[in-house]
Design a protein around this ligand. Structure first.
Ligand code: GLN
Length: 492
């Protein structure tokens, strides 16, 4: 049973229910791989050996007692932004390096209730601010396809863990692309749901009007299994929506590709920084979808140039407010020997937060300050509405919208990019969060350095089933999602 890490979620479910292997064997197999290989990738901040084995034993016992669900006993990794009772939740920050939450995030409650086994907590950009996981207090996560390249961010640990076969699937969060872009960089399928579909309760807040959690996995089918667990209304999150949840697995073939209208935004394919190979692979994937029956329709999304400035005002503004709670008093990092209260605040925050987080707190505080509030924050909110309207207009005429997930493939670790250069790399993902829409990344090939390229499909509100279904059908006719990075082939 050396190849348990090659099995899909459906195969794992079948193997567990036929007692071909136990959850303990499966969990131990993954823990062994993590112990042997994670030092190369740095996906995990915390490996939860005992916690995982205890959950695995409970899963095996439940199965023996006839109380198993379809996912009981299957392991997963949680992004280190989901609060886990009894396990450290760092959000990639020195500020929370000593933080053990006294409760579980709703998503964690749900994965526990489904019998899923938590292998550990995976790396991320500090407070989810970044696009490469290079902003983590715990060091960068490396791309399993090439260990000299970034994994993407902020859910880079989730992406790398799955791409290196150090977890069968993982949770992520996406405020401006943090599920889709690392999925793209690591050759995975990742779904950012409609805002309000998944509870934010117990997820360390970055920008609350944009934050949303979703699944990251090797295929649309695997994502659908995890989405079935994650989605749903939660009275503890007032922005979660009380709307019936689809059965995403049952719906995997439900969307007809024949006649599906896919919008191709002209403006997206003329972005200056769009890499020629990325463009070529994305266009090939669209051609494939066309062969499968889809109709490609050129559309306009005229607000494209406003995405980056609008997001990089609103997200820091909300972050500056959310992060004001880290004051060194009740929990989190506290500086040594404070001279007085002001000194305690100042030094705890300057020593506990990294550079990018401090930059965003400064930008956000400035944008919200009296005198600049109208010129920056209010203006950005108005533009946000126009961006949403642009999508609503487009969806009058098309079913989904296609785009690259990122203008490039994974770049080199330590590439000395300026903040603005990094922000511009988010051009294709930010608008989806500003509008609250769902979107998915699917792997659609490789560049000449063998680094994965991702296609993004953006859907109308609540169209998660449709997005998963389109990608699932594409994956029945292509094998990009079954390719593995060399490190995933290594034996533990
Ligand atoms: N790269 C974007 C940022 O740095 C998005 C991050 C995210 O989605 N959490 O804000």
């Amino acid at each position: 049973m050396t190849d348990l890490h090659r099995l899909s979620i459906r195969e794992l479910s079948e193997g567990l229910s036929s007692a071909t292997f136990s959850s303990r064997e499966l969990t131990q197999h993954y823990l062994d791989r993590i112990a042997k290989l994670d030092n190369k990738v740095n996906a995990y901040v915390t490996v939860a050996n005992e916690y995982a084995l205890a959950q695995a034993d409970a899963a095996d016992a439940a199965r023996q007692a006839g109380n198993a669900g379809s996912l009981t006993g299957i392991p997963l990794a949680h992004k280190d932004i989901f609060c886990t009772q009894g396990l450290k939740t760092s959000a990639g920050s020195k500020m929370l390096d000593n933080f053990i939450a006294p409760y579980n995030a709703t998503v964690v409650e749900k994965t526990n209730a489904a019998g899923l086994v938590t292998l550990g907590k995976v790396n991320m950009d500090e407070f989810a601010m970044g696009s490469a996981t290079e902003n983590s207090y715990y060091g960068a996560t490396k791309n399993p396809w090439n260990l000299n390249h970034v994994s993407g961010g902020s859910s880079g640990g989730s992406a790398a863990a799955v791409a290196a076969d150090l977890a069968p699937f993982a949770t992520g969060t996406d405020t401006g692309g943090s599920i889709r872009q690392p999925a793209s960089f690591c050759g995975l399928t990742g779904l950012k749901p409609t805002y309000g579909r998944v509870s934010r309760f117990g997820i360390i807040a970055y920008a609350s009007s944009l934050d949303q959690a979703g699944p990251m996995a090797r295929s649309a089918e695997d994502c659908a299994y995890l989405m079935n667990v994650m989605a749903g209304h939660d009275a503890k999150d007032s922005t979660s929506v009380n709307k019936e949840v689809d059965n995403y697995v049952a719906n995997l073939n439900a969307t007809a590709l024949k006649g599906l209208r896919i919008g191709i935004p002209k403006q997206y394919f003329n972005v200056a920084g769009l890499d020629a190979e990325v463009k070529a692979r994305v266009e090939e994937s669209l051609k494939k979808l066309q062969e499968m029956g889809a109709v490609l329709v050129e559309i306009d999304l005229n607000m494209t140039e406003s995405y980056v400035p609008t997001y990089y005002l609103i997200a820091p503004a909300e972050a500056s407010s959310n992060l004001s709670r880290y004051d060194g008093v009740r929990y989190g990092y506290r500086c040594e020997n404070p001279a007085d209260l002001m000194d305690l605040y100042k030094r705890s925050r300057s020593e506990g937060f990294g550079t990018e987080v401090q930059r965003r707190i400064l930008i956000g505080t400035y944008a919200l300050s009296a005198g600049y509030y109208d010129a920056y924050y209010v203006k950005a909110q108005k533009v946000r509405r126009l961006i949403q309207q642009d999508f609503l207009n487009a969806f009058e005429n098309v079913d989904v919208i296609a785009a690259p997930s990122a203008p490039t493939t994974a770049y080199k670790l330590g590439a000395d990019l300026s903040p603005v250069e990094i922000y511009l790399g988010d051009i294709y993902t930010l608008a989806v969060n500003l509008a609250g829409l769902p979107a998915i990344n699917a792997p659609v090939g490789f560049d000449s350095n063998n680094l994965p390229v991702g296609l993004q499909l953006i859907g109308n509100y609540w169209s998660e089933s449709q997005l998963l279904s389109v990608v699932h059908q594409y994956q029945q006719h292509t094998n990009f999602h079954t390719q593995r990075a060399a490190i995933a082939e290594e034996k533990a």
